[in-house]
Design a protein around this ligand. Structure first.
Ligand code: SF4
Ligand code: SF4
Length: 274
């Protein structure tokens, strides 16, 4: 019998990795339940017209059809996240649910995208409380406000080479060497045309390098997910953002989107708070 070819995007872990995966999921379940949230499980399939976006079937949806079923197009699809099944579940069961409905859900979802590095077509998603149920959110603070943190890497996601540098540096007892300059330098190194000079707001001049200036490369301004660079001049950038047409509320929001716990972004957000 010929050896089966693996299907990319559908991970099957070795038993050792499964133990780690299960222990993470167990910890999540335990935490949710200790905070009073009960689990629900919804079916894997939903009617395609419910999964459709504005009448169009999303290309990410895997449709489901019986091989020897009725002729004609499929009318069911595998859920690509847990939002649609949850909304349908609440509608169907509203008469015997207690509100606010404190629930969590951990289930497989399927996305028919071409899997890029680090992305999957079948994966487990965990969804939980709506933010208004998390009463600590308004006063949440960074971890470093509570425990000693040796080094911080920012980014959504972080740069894996910076992570390796930090781990290697600590293993041999030296200071990690991560660039302190701004995303603007990365734009110059890539030859990316500046979006700010064309009037698109961009936090690149005050944001730590490390992403390779991804957003400006795709013609978007930076939102600062890599956190503040060393010695950022946020007031100067704010004047430029205002010249791009941003009002006080927008300026406050852009500095609060990522890393609002970092003093340079926090102070600038507070200066423009409503
Ligand atoms: S696009 Fe943004 S990050 Fe790039 S050079 Fe212009 S201001 Fe700097
Ligand atoms: S350009 Fe800015 S928002 Fe975009 S990935 Fe880089 S640091 Fe994050």
């Amino acid at each position: 019998m010929s050896r089966p070819k693996p299907l990319s995007g559908f991970p099957e872990y070795a038993p050792e990795a499964r133990i780690i995966e299960q222990s993470v999921l167990d910890r999540l379940r335990e935490t949710f339940e200790l905070h009073g949230f009960a689990s629900i499980e919804t079916r894997a399939v939903e009617p395609l017209d419910r999964l459709a976006k504005q009448g169009e079937i999303d290309k990410e949806v895997y449709t489901v059809q019986r091989l020897h079923g009725e002729d004609g197009p499929a009318d069911l699809g595998l859920h690509f996240d847990l939002t649609v099944p949850f909304a349908r579940y609440v509608l169907e069961n509203a008469h015997h649910l207690a509100f606010p409905f404190r629930r969590y859900q951990i289930q497989k979802v399927w996305r028919g995208e071409r899997p890029q590095e680090g992305r999957y077509r079948e994966f487990t998603q965990a969804v939980y409380a709506r933010p208004e149920f998390i009463d600590t959110l308004a006063t949440s603070t960074p971890i470093k406000a509570h425990v000693n943190v040796d080094f911080e890497l920012h980014g959504c996601p972080i740069n894996k080479y910076q992570l390796l540098e930090v781990l290697a540096a600590f293993l041999i007892g030296r200071k990690p060497d991560t660039p302190g300059h701004s995303v603007c330098i990365e734009c110059k190194l890539r030859g990316t045309a500046c979006v700010l000079v064309r009037g698109i707001p961009c936090l690149g001049p005050v944001t730590h390098a490390g992403c390779g200036a991804i957003c400006p490369t795709y013609n978007r301004g930076c939102y600062g997910c890599f956190g503040p660079m060393e010695t950022p001049n946020t007031p100067a950038l704010t004047r430029k953002l205002a010249a791009c047409g941003m009002g006080e509320r927008d300026i406050q929001r852009v500095y609060s989107t990522f890393n609002v716990g970092e003093p340079p972004f926090r102070q600038e957000a507070d200066r423009h708070g409503a």
